[in-house]
Design a protein around this ligand. Sequence first.
Ligand code: SF4
Ligand code: SF4
Length: 347
Amino acid sequence: MKVIKIDKKDWAKGLERLSKTFQLFGPIEQDAFFVFKAMEDGDLPDLDVQNTRLSPRSIIYPQSEKMFEYTLDENQEDHHVLKEIDKDYSSRAIIGIRPCDAKAFLLVKRNFDAPEYKDPYWIKSYEATTLVGHACNVPCSSCFCTTADCGPFHEEGLDILLVDVDDTYLAKIITEKGERLLAAAGWDTKADTASNDRIENMKEATEVKITSRVSTDQLKDKSTTDLFEASFWEDVAFACINCGTCTYVCPTCWCFDIQDETHGLSGIRMRNWDSCMYPLFTFHGSGHNPRDTKTQRVRQRFMHKLKYYVDKYDNGIQCVGCGRCVRFCPVNIDIRRVCDLMNSFEL
Ligand code: SF4
Ligand code: SF4
C-alpha cells in the first residue's frame, strides 16, 4: 500500500482545500472534553487527544434523527401521510478517527446493511463518509483492542491511516476513497517507500504497550443456556444503576427506538438511540416486561456482545476493545472481567 508524507506545516492548508468538497469532522475541545464535531472555519482536529468520551458513531447514525413529518390537519390534502424528510448525504470525512472506532462501523454494518434488510439512512451516511484514521502511539491503560480483533494501527474500516512521526504525518492510503480525499487535499502524493517499514516497526512497538486483555476463544463453544443461567450474573449486576452510559459511549451499540413527536396538528417521526439497560426498552404494550430486573438487563448487554453476536456472525465479539465502558461506568463494571467469567465458565 502506498504511503505518503505530509509535512505538518502543510496540514492546515490541505484541510482548508478539503473543506471545499468535504464536510469535515474531527475531535474538537468542547467544555473541557473532546468530541467529534463538524469543523467550523479555522478549526483543526486535535490529533493529540487519546480518545474521545463519545465515539464518532453519531456522525453516521445520529443520536436523534428525523425520519418523517406529517400533519393531522384534515383540511390538508395529505393529512396523516408520512413524508420523508430530506437529508444531507454529501461527501464528508472524519479526520482523526481511531482505528477501533473505524472498525466498530464494520461491526455495526452487519446490523444495518444485512442481506435480509437494509437501513437506507445508515448506509447512505456511511457510504458518503471517508474515514481518515489516526494510529494510537500512546494507548490508554484500559484499551484491550489487540485481543478484540483490532489494534492501535488496525486498518480494517479505514480509508487512510495517519501515523504521527515528528514533523510529519505518514499517510497510508488504504482505499480508493482515501486516494480521492488526498487528491482533493492537494498534498504531495509521491510514494515514500521507506515509510512502510517505519509504520510496521511503530505498530509492533505500540502493540506491546497494550497489556490489558480479554480471552474470547471459548465463547463460541459455551452453551447459551448454561451461560444465560450462570450464577455470576447477580454478582456482576449488583452495583449497576442502569444509567445507560456503557451503551451510549460504545461505538458498537446500535439499538434505537422510533417515536412520533406531535405538537398540535403537526408531527415528526424520530429515531433515537435507545439502551438495553433501560427498563422501558423491552416494556410491552400489555404491561409485561420480559427484562424487568437490572440483572436481566446487564446479562442481556453482555450476552449480546459476547455470545449472541459471536454465534450469529461467527466473526468475533461485538466489541473493539476501546475501553470506554470500562473508563466511564460509574460503578466500575468491567467488560474484561465479565468476558473472562463467560469464557472460562464451567457448570
Ligand atoms: S455504565 Fe455501569 S452502571 Fe451504568 S448501565 Fe452500564 S454497567 Fe450499569
Ligand atoms: S463494549 Fe466497551 S470496550 Fe467494547 S467497544 Fe463498547 S465501549 Fe468499547
